[in-house]
Design a protein around this ligand. Structure first.
Ligand code: ADP
Ligand code: MG
Length: 397
């Protein structure tokens, strides 16, 4: 874009007489003022940082959401106001690990207990592939939505309907099972027929079997989604759970020519987790990664730890997501797949939240996707403080 007032001014700078320069500067100041007025009237918090994460600008909403004022915050690292985010990786200049924009939700306890959804986008000088010169951080207060979610989940009527639906879904499971068994018997008889008798029949049976399996999948995912069970936590290592899930999906991974790279340090700190649920989470994530790689690719799973969290990153070289898709991944029934249920990521989010963790997703169309799960380290759990009630800042953990 090269038609702004400033660009024109710069082009003509040499030819301007000092008299009109003053009026030009006044106009510039007005335009800057206008931009700031717009930023300050936004409901979303907006923070602009340099490449090292130091705050250069923040609008009023950001000041309110994060509990600082611009004069005191200028030049300080964003990590001072939003802890445990892993800013270095987010602002990394080489953009190698997880390129593109990031969408994540965090719980903050200062200045108030809130849930903030934040979106970080690296600022590149000419929109090109150069190292970012800084980052824009957009914050949205989703506390109300989260509370509504909780309230509506807890509301009695909804509970009754959900229970009923879950009951019906459960009841459908039995006849479905028996259908599956009988179809398999039919398949066996069909296979024993002569070639000419078999014509067309074989295909119909296969289709019926596939559809029954699909129904079964939809129902079990639905039951997972509507019947959140409290996780029964035990001390466990993530590594073996990841390996088991990969082993389980191995035939399909091979089918799609997906190369798996697994890098989990043997001394990864343990986490308190529900094995069944974390397996489910890994299954959903790896399945999505696999489905995004329609013509082969690399699935890379890495892990590490910060002083409070264990981090597990699942990266694919698949189709990636647009900003719109990225914003909707957790919506129930949101899917871009012909046979998708759109419940997988919602279940992942619920499981991660139930474990006191966080999810971060980086994605770019054509650039693959990187989903990072953060779970609290078992050895640091005792140091987690409850959210402050009186709005006082929480002690650093
Ligand atoms: P489903 O897989 O049944 O579509 P999910 O809730 O698992 O439902 O995912 C919702 C949508 O999010 C997908 O349809 C897809 O558009 C997008 N998505 C999730 N994971 C990935 C990924 N690794 N790469 C690209 N898109 C993804
Ligand atoms: Mg899925």
């Amino acid at each position: 874009m090269k038609h702004g007032f400033l660009d024109r001014l710069i082009d003509r700078l040499g030819k301007i007489d000092p008299g009109s320069l003053q009026s030009h500067f006044l106009r510039l100041a007005r335009e800057k003022g206008l931009l700031e007025t717009i930023f300050h009237s936004m409901q979303e918090g907006l923070v602009i940082s340099d490449r090292n994460g130091r705050i250069e600008f923040a609008n009023r909403s950001a000041e309110r959401l994060l509990g600082f004022t611009m004069p005191e915050a200028r030049g300080h690292h964003v990590g001072r106001y939003l802890r445990d985010i892993g800013w270095d990786a987010l602002l990394a200049t080489d953009a190698g690990e997880c390129p593109g924009a990031t969408n994540r939700e965090v719980e903050v306890s200062y200045p108030e207990h809130r849930f903030l959804s934040f979106y970080v986008m690296p600022l590149r000088p000419d929109g090109g592939g150069e190292a970012p010169s800084g980052a824009v951080l957009i914050l949205r207060d989703v506390t109300r939505e989260r509370q509504n979610e909780v309230q509506s989940i807890e509301s009695e009527r909804l509970r009754a309907v959900t229970l009923l639906a879950a009951g019906v879904a459960h009841e459908i499971g039995n006849p479905l099972n028996s259908l599956h068994i009988h179809l398999q018997l039919i398949r066996r008889s069909v296979n024993a027929l002569s070639e000419s008798q078999r014509e067309g029949l074989s295909e119909s049976v296969e289709i019926a079997l596939r559809e029954v399996e699909r129904l079964d999948r939809i129902i079990s995912e639905f039951l997972q989604a509507v019947r959140p069970v409290k996780p029964s936590l035990e001390s466990a290592e993530l590594g073996p759970l990841v390996s088991e899930t990969l082993e389980f999906l191995r035939p399909e991974l091979a089918d799609r020519r997906v190369l798996v790279e697994l890098e989990i340090p043997a001394d990864l700190p343990t986490v308190r987790l529900d094995r069944g649920q974390i397996r489910q989470m890994l299954f959903n994530l790896i399945k999505n990664a696999m489905e995004a790689m329609t013509s082969g690719g690399v699935l890379r799973i890495t892990a590490g730890a910060t002083d409070r969290l264990v981090r597990l990153a699942i990266r694919d070289t698949g189709v990636g997501m647009t900003a719109e898709q990225l914003g909707r991944v957790f919506e129930p029934y949101y899917t871009t797949k012909r046979e998708g249920s759109g419940l997988g990521m919602m279940i992942v989010q619920r499981i991660v939240r139930d474990h006191g963790g966080e999810i971060e997703i980086h994605s770019e169309p054509g650039g693959g996707t990187c989903v990072t799960i953060y779970l609290p380290r078992e050895d640091r759990l005792v140091r987690l403080l409850p959210p402050a009630v009186d709005g006082a800042p929480r002690e650093a953990t």
